[in-house]
Design a protein around this ligand. Structure first.
Ligand SMILES: NC(=O)c1ccc[n+]([C@@H]2O[C@H](COP(=O)([O-])OP(=O)(O)OC[C@H]3O[C@@H](n4cnc5c(N)ncnc54)[C@H](O)[C@@H]3O)[C@@H](O)[C@H]2O)c1
Length: 359
């Protein structure tokens, strides 16, 4: 059995080949860059040549602590630096599109934080410019590189559970939304900035759904104006179904984040360690029960890498590999347009209290 896991573990390995490495510059010196992008890039031996932020003091502080040689006074100054090959954008979604367009116009490859656009219209417009540019562009939907999720995906690809019949993700956490000023006024909040990872994962495992139905809730006294609890269901042409249930108002102190994939020949179940103690987290867990493997019952897969920061090596690594070899990143901008369309469909379902068809 251990030799069978070797294929899965090779698929999950997060490293960037030295010949793929190119100079990176970062727009945004916020919490996610400080706590995940930069630690991941250091682990992978990547070169960050500079950083900028509208809050220059913040950029200087992050640059000093992470050993980044240059702080640019503006995005324009960053884009004028010929040494920069990849622009890593990590600012609130409302600020991303102009930076994305300017980076492509300057001939830079781009990795943009999720969500890279608030609407399908903007997403399609940016994807069309990206396509015409011939540059490599991806969205930092790095849950696709989180080891528990990536390993589960590989097990499905290897046929260990047959055809997927259902997929569920259930999360109960306490989220301090007050940490993000820009999130307070977002009418579309929980799915747009958090559960977009889970919905993107459903698409990655199962393809495009036929229809979705979603409901959402707020809690009396909460500060953000948007929803903080969502429950989304999916149907697929194959007859398969999916469920994503996320509650950010867990007052029980027992955070949990579980996923499960059922198939015609077995099942996979796991936990997303990050959500148990965000942003420090703990390792994911993952188990598989399969009628096509030489096992009896549930077998644990040994997860050794975390969502934060390790999975961030995967998204940037896929852009660097794309530049070096012409491969398409796992979460390319072209693919992510479908995730933004799905997110929009979920909100339209909530707002209309109707099933929304995507076909
Ligand atoms: N798992 C993940 O991938 C993950 C986790 C958290 C946040 N995010 C995303 O990353 C982005 C940043 O989140 P954060 O948690 O770091 O937020 P943050 O509020 O800590 O930081 C945002 C930074 O962007 C800067 N900024 C805003 N507009 C700018 C502009 N036009 N030009 C340059 N800098 C600008 C702000 O000054 C701030 O320093 C958001 O889009 C968020 O959705 C992704």
């Amino acid at each position: 059995m251990i030799d069978l896991f070797a294929d899965v573990s090779a698929y999950c390995r997060l490293a960037v080949a030295p010949e793929h490495r190119r100079p990176i510059a970062i727009v945004g010196a916020g919490g996610i860059v400080d706590g995940a992008h930069l630690p991941a890039y250091a682990l992978a031996g990547l070169t960050v040549v500079g950083i900028t932020d509208v809050d220059l003091a913040r950029a200087r502080d992050v640059a000093e602590r992470h050993g980044i040689p240059r702080v640019y006074a503006s995005v324009d100054e960053l884009l004028a630096d010929d040494e920069v090959v990849v622009v890593d954008i990590a600012v609130p979604v409302s600020a991303q599109p102009p930076i994305f367009r300017a980076a492509l116009a300057a001939g830079k490859h781009v990795l943009a934080q999720k969500p890279f656009a608030v609407s399908p219209e903007i997403a399609r417009e940016l994807a069309s410019i990206a396509d015409a540019s011939g540059l490599v562009t991806a969205v930092n939907q790095q849950m696709r590189f989180d080891e528990g999720i990536a390993a589960a995906h590989r097990m499905v690809e290897l046929g260990w559970i047959g055809d997927i019949t259902s997929f569920s993700i259930t999360v109960n956490v306490t989220t301090p939304w007050e940490l993000w000023d820009w999130a307070q006024s977002m009418e579309r909040l929980e799915i747009m900035v958090h559960s977009i990872h889970y919905h993107d994962a459903v698409r990655w495992f199962m393809g495009e759904p036929r229809s979705v139905y979603a409901i959402a809730g707020r809690t009396a006294g909460q500060r953000p104006i948007g929803e903080t609890r969502t429950l989304s269901s999916y149907t697929f042409d194959s007859g398969a179904s999916a469920l994503v249930h996320v509650n950010h108002v867990n007052r029980g102190g027992d955070n949990s984040a579980e996923f499960r994939v059922d198939g015609t020949a077995g099942a996979i179940r796991g936990t997303l360690g990050l959500l148990y103690d965000y942003p420090d987290g703990r390792p994911d867990t993952l188990e598989v029960a399969s009628t096509v493997l030489p096992t009896d019952g549930w077998v644990p897969y040994p997860v050794t890498q975390r969502w934060f920061p390790h999975a961030f090596i995967g998204t940037m690594g896929s852009v660097l590999e794309g530049i070096a070899t012409g491969s398409t990143p796992r979460s390319s901008v072209a693919d992510n347009v479908k995730t933004i369309e799905l997110v929009d469909a979920l909100y339209r379902s909530m707002e209309s209290n109707q099933v929304v068809r995507l076909d």
